[in-house]
Design a protein around this ligand. Structure first.
Ligand code: SAM
Length: 346
């Protein structure tokens, strides 16, 4: 019998692709997302899946009871926890739906056996994490927390994320309202043999440093697509932009073994939103020109995030929308490794 899965905050289906990449015999019974543009992409790739386009916290209890899913996957909005944001945690209105699910877990009769949560690095310091862990402890879930980066799997893309795996196989235990959980984050998944990050003197983990020039990490050129003249034109960076912002861009070449995290603001802002590609010459030595510099395409970013070739955007979606959706999505390759472990070995 295929594993029944509920995909909360489904976006463009990163969790669904991870299930496939991990070859898990599964059926996504229902996907949930309020964003119609994301849902169009999901439908384009998985036309048979039922998507619930309503705010999760507005849905009736009967719907959750009816799911009868063994696995719930969740990548709730990250804005309450991002370093650039106000870090209001559970006080942020955008945390409401996830707090609703945490509370719902107690009330729902058919509880999922497995949970997989993905969020930004920073979530581990939030009060939402403490609320989640208390609830899991009370309900008899054993859990493990990870901070992982696709660089560790030899993908030349840095995207450190928090992951929680939970399995309902422990004794339920009472938990005080203010009980805190010591941070203890794993950087390797049993059986997966990931490249290990370096730790600074103060114990801070640095994934990029660990894989710097690591000969196992793949080169950017493996993830590029051939571009026709028209597509190339659409991805060029204007002379004016280069003049103004060349110094703030993260610039890589085809032979680099690293790109930085692509966010939803890619192409809108120069700093901290993702790398750009210098096609010829040496970075920092040869000048960046309109001819030798370009943005990565959405397809190339999808490749770097581990989406399979069959994944596609509908023609109706704009380049800007594609960047936004990918920026909100996840590393399929990392999640696939975690799913395999959660369902087979944890
Ligand atoms: C971090 S993204 C998850 C992306 C997804 N994992 C993917 O692979 O594309 C969070 C998603 O939650 C959706 N969302 C935010 N608040 C929601 C709510 N209250 N109910 C349902 N979906 C919500 C957003 O539209 C967004 O697509």
């Amino acid at each position: 019998m295929p594993l029944r899965v509920a995909e909360f905050y489904s976006g463009i289906g990163g969790m669904h692709y991870a299930l496939k990449a991990a070859s898990i015999d599964s059926e996504v019974v229902r996907a949930f997302d309020i964003n119609p543009v994301a849902n169009d992409v999901y439908k384009h790739n998985f036309p048979e899946i039922r998507i619930m386009q309503r705010s999760i916290e507005s849905l009736p209890m009967s719907l959750f009871e009816g799911l009868k899913c063994e696995l719930w996957t969740m990548s709730p909005p990250c804005q309450p926890y991002t370093r650039q944001g106000l870090q209001k945690g559970s006080e942020d209105a955008r945390a409401k739906s996830f707090l609703f699910i945490i509370e719902l877990l107690e009330r729902v009769q058919r509880k999922p056996t497995y949970l997989l949560v993905e969020n930004v690095a920073g979530f581990e310091k939030s009060d939402t994490r403490a609320i989640l862990l208390r609830q899991l402890t009370r309900l008899g879930y054993r859990f493990e927390e990870y901070l992982l980066n696709p660089l560790q799997l030899c993908y030349p893309n840095s995207r450190t994320r928090y992951y929680l795996l939970a399995k309902r196989c422990a004794e339920p235990r009472e938990c005080a309202e203010d009980e805190q959980f010591e941070p203890s984050f794993l950087h390797d998944v049993p059986g997966a043999d990931l490249i290990q990050p370096a730790a600074d003197v103060d114990g801070r983990v640095d994934f990029d440093k660990a894989v710097w020039n690591h000969d196992k990490v793949r080169k950017v050129k493996e993830f590029l697509e051939p571009l026709d003249e028209q597509t190339l034109e659409l991805h060029r960076i204007s002379g004016r932009t280069l003049e103004k912002y060349a110094w703030v861009y993260d610039v890589v070449t085809k032979d680099s073994s690293r790109t930085c995290c692509f966010t939803k603001g890619y192409k809108n802002y120069a700093e901290g939103t993702g790398s750009i590609l210098q096609l010829e010459g040496v970075v920092g030595k040869d000048p960046m020109t309109v001819q030798n510099t370009r943005y990565f395409t959405a397809r190339e970013i999808a490749n770097l995030m581990g989406f399979p070739q069959e994944f596609a955007f509908p023609d109706s979606s704009t380049i800007k929308q594609r960047y936004r959706l990918l920026g909100n999505s996840l590393s399929v390759s990392v999640v696939a490794v975690l799913m395999d472990y959660l369902l087979h070995r944890m």
